[in-house]
Design a protein around this ligand. Structure first.
Ligand code: HEC
Ligand code: HEC
Ligand code: HEC
Ligand code: HEC
Ligand code: HEC
Ligand code: HEC
Ligand code: HEC
Length: 414
């Protein structure tokens, strides 16, 4: 039994259970007491925020955080089930076909034309660049072998999976849910489960989607107070994130954006203002991130902290990213943010400014935050191997090779 499971048995029994799945927050009559949140009475649930924070809530519905986990349905699974585009061929005899049957969605494995595995799409994880799918079997959750790569409009083997044959046996623990949802608890394991390292999950505790209170902390008291004192326009009983230190805000994002760490205590318990060292093994936290390895799971916090803009400047995640929006910005818009700090007045404009001239103002990223491709996804027979998963390097620095590439491109365009 690992330390993580052991430490965490204690808290499992304390969770009051009730069945609720937050798929989409319909506006409900704001009543702090009417909502039975599986996390406990200190939570109000996102639906209660809508009546007073309508703009934020409406925007948030379009964000990647809100969409990052949801129930599978023909509307939420973006890949095609049409014959011809619903197949991943592993080799001449093995393929997985995405099928609609018996009113559900399934990944069916065929070996020489014989059906050998058939499992349903139950839960969707991921949104912006990839959707991967989970299924329930008794109290266990497993990942399906085929993932949909949203921007390439293509089905292919799931990240980290062999491109040679499909597996239906990768068990998913509550760890994935800690970063991709609002709640999921383990069922206290039997000795047999501990011996076999299997982890049962309690469906009744599942709350899909990252909701408001994952970042803002439990807010039932805030809701109750503001409802009872409608004339009070001051926020009460809610942490003012703008008033925390930068390091505390970085830790809040770092709960999910410092790569995959060994976590000693459930990060569902993290509240704004907490420090990550309480949850993560400090040996991992203090490791300098490997800038050569790009995975589906990046360590933007560690990388940004290693940038001079962070060490000598006041940059943080919120300098570039909105907290509640759909995250759509052009390269030019990001470059304008760079130029809010890098100005003639501050004597820290790019050394290449004279050489490049005016065009430099519209693209600082490709030289200083280059796009990197992941090699954790290898696709059988794919022509566009490198394009399957790409990420922006969050260590803002000077990359001589990227500069050469960009300069060569510019020359071509002249
Ligand atoms: C009955 C009305 C009401 C409800 C319901 C409500 N709030 Fe608020 N909230 C307010 C008022 C009033 C303020 C202060 C003015 C403002 O910032 O909009 C506020 C401010 C805030 C702030 C800003 C705090 C700061 O100053 O930085 C946050 C964050 C917040 N609420 C989160 C939530 C969340 C999350 C929910 C749902 C769980 C929620 N609120 C539900 C009335 C409400
Ligand atoms: C509970 C975990 C969690 C926390 C806390 C969290 N994130 Fe995320 N974030 C995610 C996940 C999961 C995704 C991937 C969404 C998807 O499926 O596309 C994501 C995606 C993003 C993206 C990419 C969105 C896009 O539109 O492409 C940005 C930017 C981001 N997060 C910034 C932040 C910042 C800034 C904070 C801190 C204020 C933060 N996140 C806190 C889990 C989290
Ligand atoms: C430590 C937090 C964390 C854990 C644990 C985690 N994820 Fe993620 N996941 C993220 C974040 C944050 C992103 C956004 C991309 C990034 O960070 O580069 C993401 C991205 C993804 C994506 C791609 C979504 C997109 O559109 O970008 C998939 C699919 C995914 N995760 C599945 C999983 C599965 C399955 C597990 C469990 C095996 C898991 N994740 C565990 C935080 C986490
Ligand atoms: C990924 C983390 C995250 C999530 C999820 C999130 N917020 Fe926020 N929110 C923030 C941060 C960080 C700030 C502070 C920005 C600042 O002051 O720099 C903020 C600010 C606010 C504010 C005050 C400023 C403003 O923009 O009006 C309100 C109100 C608020 N959030 C409500 C909500 C509600 C309601 C939800 C759910 C629909 C929600 N938030 C979901 C991170 C988050
Ligand atoms: C909040 C202010 C701020 C923002 C925004 C910002 N920087 Fe910086 N950056 C700094 C400071 C401060 C330094 C270090 C001292 C100096 O050069 O002034 C720095 C240093 C750098 C360096 C030198 C790095 C090295 O390793 O020598 C580069 C390159 C750089 N920034 C590029 C960028 C780019 C590109 C962006 C936008 C993607 C950006 N910065 C956004 C404040 C900022
Ligand atoms: C200097 C601006 C800047 C800062 C600061 C910044 N980001 Fe980003 N981030 C970007 C850009 C640019 C992209 C690429 C967006 C796109 O392609 O649309 C990005 C993309 C992302 C993504 C999607 C995956 C990827 O790498 O493309 C995540 C997740 C993310 N940022 C999280 C964070 C977190 C967490 C922080 C704070 C630790 C942070 N970012 C700070 C500029 C920034
Ligand atoms: C074609 C690639 C390229 C582009 C585009 C580019 N840079 Fe640079 N930048 C470089 C290189 C290379 C250096 C190092 C030059 C040197 O030391 O002689 C540099 C240096 C810098 C420095 C460090 C200056 C110092 O005094 O140490 C900053 C800050 C910077 N760039 C910011 C920016 C910003 C902001 C933009 C967008 C407006 C930008 N860069 C666009 C390649 C580029």
């Amino acid at each position: 039994m690992n330390k993580r499971n052991f430490i965490r048995f204690g808290i499992i029994f304390l969770v009051p259970l009730s069945f609720i799945i937050s798929q989409c927050f319909h506006e409900t009559k704001p009543s702090a007491t009417s909502f039975n949140d599986p996390r406990g009475p200190q939570f109000a649930g996102s639906a209660t925020c809508v009546s007073c924070h309508k703009n934020v809530s409406d925007d948030y519905l379009h964000s990647a955080h809100f969409q990052t986990s949801r129930l599978a349905s023909p509307a939420s699974v973006l890949g095609s089930f049409a014959p011809g585009s619903n197949i991943v061929k592993y080799n001449d005899s093995i393929s997985v076909i995405m099928e609609k049957r018996d009113g559900g969605l399934y990944q069916a494995c065929y070996v020489n034309g014989n059906l050998t595995q058939l499992q349903p799409f139950n839960i969707v994880f991921g949104f912006k660049r990839a959707e991967t799918f989970l299924y329930w079997k008794d109290s266990y959750v497993y990942q399906l072998p085929v993932t949909y790569y949203t921007q390439l409009h293509q089905w292919a083997n799931s990240p980290g999976y062999s491109e040679k044959r499909p597996y239906y046996t990768r068990m998913i623990s509550e760890m994935c849910f800690e970063c991709h949802s609002s709640n999921m608890k383990q069922i206290p394991p039997t000795q047999e489960q501990i011996d076999h390292k299997t982890i049962g999950l309690d469906k009744n505790t599942m709350m899909l989607s990252i909701d408001c209170e994952r970042c803002h902390g439990p807010a039932a008291q805030h809701v109750t107070f503001q409802m009872q004192n409608p004339k009070n326009k001051q926020a009460m009983y809610i942490t003012k994130l703008g008033g925390l230190s930068r390091s505390q805000r970085m830790d809040l994002c770092g709960v999910c954006h410092s790569g995959i760490n060994q976590v000693a205590w459930s990060t569902f318990d993290f509240k704004p203002g907490d420090t990550l060292t309480k949850y993560f093994d400090s040996r991992f936290l203090n490791q300098v991130p490997d800038v050569t390895r790009i995975d589906v799971h990046g360590n933007q916090v560690g990388l940004l902290k290693g940038s001079k803009c962070y060490m000598q400047g006041k940059i943080e995640c919120g300098t570039c990213h909105g907290m509640h929006d759909n995250g759509v910005k052009t390269v030019k818009m990001y470059s304008q943010i760079c130029q809010s700090c890098h100005t003639d007045a501050n004597h820290n404009v790019c050394k290449m400014t004279a050489q490049i001239g005016q065009p430099i103002t519209s693209n600082c990223l490709d030289c200083h935050m280059p796009v990197r491709s992941s090699n954790s996804i290898v696709i059988h027979g794919a022509a566009t191997q490198n394009a399957f998963y790409q990420a922006r390097m969050h260590r803002i620095a000077i990359y001589p090779e990227e500069t050469q590439k960009v300069m060569a491109m510019m020359k071509k365009m002249d």
